[in-house]
Write a protein that binds this ligand. Structure first.
Ligand SMILES: Nc1nc2c(c(=O)[nH]1)N[C@H]1C(S)=C(S)[C@@H](COP(=O)(O)OP(=O)(O)OC[C@H]3O[C@@H](n4cnc5c(=O)[nH]c(N)nc54)[C@H](O)[C@@H]3O)O[C@H]1N2
Ligand SMILES: Nc1nc2c(c(=O)[nH]1)N[C@H]1C(S)=C(S)[C@@H](COP(=O)(O)OP(=O)(O)OC[C@H]3O[C@@H](n4cnc5c(=O)[nH]c(N)nc54)[C@H](O)[C@@H]3O)O[C@H]1N2
Ligand code: SF4
Ligand SMILES: [Mo]
Length: 695
């Protein structure tokens, strides 16, 4: 018998709406939800390979407790109750020695369905909740917050109606979300320009109207020059700027020395190209989208770079503008009531997170700074963090072996909740296997946007192995700990009904498309209605929040260090590929078949000098690690950089298809925890040099 449910893909963090078909209780087909504009049946390769994840036997099938030394791979099978009691006893013991705040949880971010795991730490009375954002989008988030008062997830992009898109190393065609890529392609078909800036010609460069190769780490210099030309030549949207932007005189003063000629020397992009781009944007405004980035934890100036992109959008009047950036509307703004929070049922702990205790200078109010968390675990300062829960995140897959060792030395309890055997699980004390997204129901999520909606992920089939849904795992842990009252629901329907109470929406309302929109049409404010969420209600170049927290408004550009390429020294940069997600899909049967290992992009001229030919095996080394990889010799990368796709060389032998294949760039990131970006305290993963030589 055939059946069909609407759900959300779980093969990456985009969570595209999907329709899942089952035949006699087996998943036989997955496609993009045909009811959702921008999806219309389409799915990426990873989304389609969800079936291979579901039926994979090389994933955790029952709870496990470690029996041998960490990293030995020795575990025993236990029942769920044994696992929950083990965790609860250990946490209580550690808390009695080190205080409640000795427990921390780190996840991949709240996203649509992630509120639930935060109940674990809060239920245990600790403030120490962290997510991965320091290594991903936090600079952009903070840049939006300081300028507009909105966070990154609250800003959408009206791709299809735009005249001009500018992407800075945002490899949107490959590091993709299905709706976004479909809409960008539609924009190009409608005649929009795409200016693409990258140190290498990625797949997105091949779709661009103009590709500008930039010297690594100099995008901020480029933007200062764009601002300079736009102000000097009066190319900006005066009406918008007069109404909404404060701090313009200070910006004008700061920007004076940063001419296009100056930026040519920094970026390697000819001054006439910079002036031409500024003039095109001036002509194409206000329907322009300069995208401030997603994976933004790259360089030390990332926060100020992201601010410069948003400032450019503000000068060009593209904010809350058709064909530009569109602000999310809260349920209240569209006349609806939001979901009832599960987290807010629990009193917020009074103690401070590790970094807050270290002093001033922090802009973030959401999750804590992970670099500070790891530092606290390693050093015991400002206080000891001894128990760590890791949920849907694999930090150990992307850092050095030395960092892993130091973190493990500081921890007395490490618990992972994952659908795969992650690199972190391999070292964990307890592995709690979550049911895959096709086998579980999640809490209802709130999709932000100009037309906010509630979203439901429903199971397509029952769990195949002895795994549980996330809310059931959280409930089990809290109950064993003695805090079961914080999640008192017996069934997912009871939980959903609690979330929906008072909203007027019922569970059945999701049957039709899997989503319930909170208003009929997307709401866009006119300039007469528009108000920002900053203290002044305007776009604050001189941000009140930054002033209050002692963070300078402007950063003088810093010329990046130059590697000695004649000696085989390069800046290491990396990114995502279309058929894999970060570190989680390389063992997927289908996707592993398509791309089993990575290569090292290296510039042809430089490779020639070093005697490296296409396909040669090269050794890549940092101060404390070296590994081998195949060279891809190409003219399409800046001579100072080498590039590889991330997430390869899995070290967990249980995943036999991907074990040892390719090279893991994370192991080469020596000192990555010691570099925190200016103003934002995030990682700066591309501020890192390696040596390359032919084997
Ligand atoms: N070295 C290095 N570090 C990086 C980056 C890099 O490029 N290189 N990129 C940074 C960026 S931008 C990001 S976003 C992060 C990404 O890094 P991660 O978040 O660690 O990577 P993912 O592969 O998305 O998966 C994380 C874990 O979630 C698990 N998982 C997947 N689905 C589920 C589920 O439904 N439930 C549960 N419980 N677990 C699930 C996966 O099996 C995997 O173990 O890394 C950041 N850090
Ligand atoms: N298929 C797939 N899609 C994904 C993901 C995935 O794992 N797989 N992950 C999702 C996530 S969590 C994220 S954060 C996004 C990331 O989305 P992106 O940030 O678009 O993706 P990356 O592949 O990390 O892109 C890094 C690019 O930066 C370039 N680069 C390096 N240095 C510089 C520089 O100095 N200047 C400029 N202009 N460019 C530079 C690199 O050459 C590379 O092309 O992708 C999302 N989409
Ligand atoms: S982009 Fe692909 S993998 Fe990510 S949620 Fe969408 S379909 Fe799934
Ligand atoms: Mo990311």
């Amino acid at each position: 018998m055939k059946n069909s449910v609407f759900s959300n893909c779980g093969m990456c963090s985009v969570r595209c709406p999907i329709r899942v078909e089952t035949t006699d209780g087996r998943v036989t087909w997955i496609e993009g939800n045909p009811n959702i504009p921008g999806m219309e049946g389409s799915l990426c390769a990873r989304g389609s390979a969800g079936i291979a994840l579901l039926y994979d036997f090389e994933r955790p099938q029952y709870p496990m407790i470690r029996t041998g030394p960490r990293g030995s791979g020795q575990f025993k099978r236990v029942s769920w109750d044994e696992a929950f009691s083990f965790i609860a006893e250990k946490v209580k013991d550690l808390q009695s020695k080190y205080g409640k705040k000795t427990v921390a949880l780190v996840d991949r971010g709240a996203g649509l369905f992630g509120e639930i795991q935060r109940l674990i730490v809060r239920g245990m009375g600790s403030p120490n909740y962290f997510n991965h954002d320091d290594f991903c989008r936090k600079n952009v988030d903070l840049a939006y917050q300081t300028l507009l008062g909105y966070g990154r997830p609250e800003v959408g992009y009206d791709w299809t109606n735009t005249n001009h898109i500018v992407l800075y190393g945002r490899n949107a065609i490959e590091a993709l979300g299905v709706r976004e890529v479909n809409n960008i392609v539609k924009a190009l078909e409608n005649g929009a320009k795409l200016t693409y800036i990258d140190v290498r010609a990625s797949k997105t460069a091949t779709k661009a109207t103009k590709y500008l190769q930039i010297r690594p780490g100099t995008d901020y210099a480029l933007n200062l020059a764009l601002i300079n030309v736009i102000l000097k030549e009066n190319l900006f949207d005066r009406d918008f700027v007069d109404r909404f932007v404060t701090g313009l005189p200070e910006l004008e003063n700061f920007i004076k020395p940063y001419t296009a000629e100056w930026a040519e020397k920094e970026t390697g992009i000819p001054a006439h190209e910079i002036v031409s781009l500024a003039r095109q944007l001036g002509a194409d405004k206000p329907r322009v989208i300069l995208y401030p980035g997603w994976f933004a934890a790259r360089y030390m100036d990332a926060f100020y770079f992201a601010r410069s992109v948003i400032i450019l959008n503000a000068l060009l009047g593209s904010i809350e503008q058709k064909g530009g950036l569109i602000l999310a509307k809260s349920p209240k703004e569209v006349g609806a009531k939001g979901l009832n929070s599960l987290l807010e049922r629990i009193p917020a702990p009074e103690e401070k997170r590790v970094e807050a205790e270290e002093g001033k200078g922090f802009l973030y109010d959401g999750a804590g700074h992970i670099l500070h968390l790891f530092r606290a675990i390693k050093t015991g300062q400002p206080y000891s963090v001894k128990a760590l829960f890791v949920v849907r995140y694999d930090p150990f897959a992307g850092i050095t072996l030395k960092d892993i060792e130091e973190i493990l030395n500081g921890l007395e309890l490490l618990v992972t909740i994952d659908t795969n055997y992650s690199a972190t699980s391999w070292y964990a004390d307890v592995i709690l296997p979550e049911s895959t997204y096709l086998e579980r129901d999640d809490i209802i999520g709130m999709q932000r946007g100009a037309k906010p909606a509630f979203v439901m992920r429903r199971r397509a089939v029952n769990p195949i192995y002895d795994t549980k849904g996330r809310w059931e795992i959280v409930k089990g842990i809290l109950s064993a700990y003695g805090a079961g009252e914080y999640l008192p629901f017996e069934t997912i329907e009871e939980l959903w009904n609690y979330q929906l109470e008072g909203t007027g929406v019922k569970i059945e309302d999701f049957n039709k498309t899997g989503q319930v929109a909170l208003c009929k049409d997307a709401k866009i404010y006119s300039r007469d209605e528009l108000k920002f969420k900053t203290p002044s209600g305007k776009i604050e170049i001189l941000s009140g929040k930054m002033a209050e927290r002692d963070v300078p408004y402007f950063l003088d550009p810093i010329t990046p260090a130059k590697p000695n390429t004649d000696e085989g020294e390069f800046r290491l940069v990396f990114g995502r590929m279309a058929v894999h997600t970060h570190v989680q899909t390389h063992n997927n049967k289908y996707l592993n078949e398509i791309v089993p290992e990575n290569e090292l992009w290296i510039n042809s001229e430089v490779a020639k000098k070093l005697g490296i030919k296409n396909g040669d095996i090269v050794e890549v080394s940092s101060e404390d690690f070296s590994g081998k990889i195949k060279a891809k010799v190409t003219p399409f990368i800046h001579p100072e950089a080498v590039f590889m796709y991330r997430g390869f060389e899995n070290e967990v032998p249980w995943k036999t298809r991907s074990y040892g294949k390719g090279l893991n760039e994370g192991r080469l990131l020596r000192g990555a925890f010691d570099r925190m970006a200016h103003g934002s305290h995030t990682g700066a993963l591309f501020e890192n040099f390696v040596r390359v030589k032919k084997v």
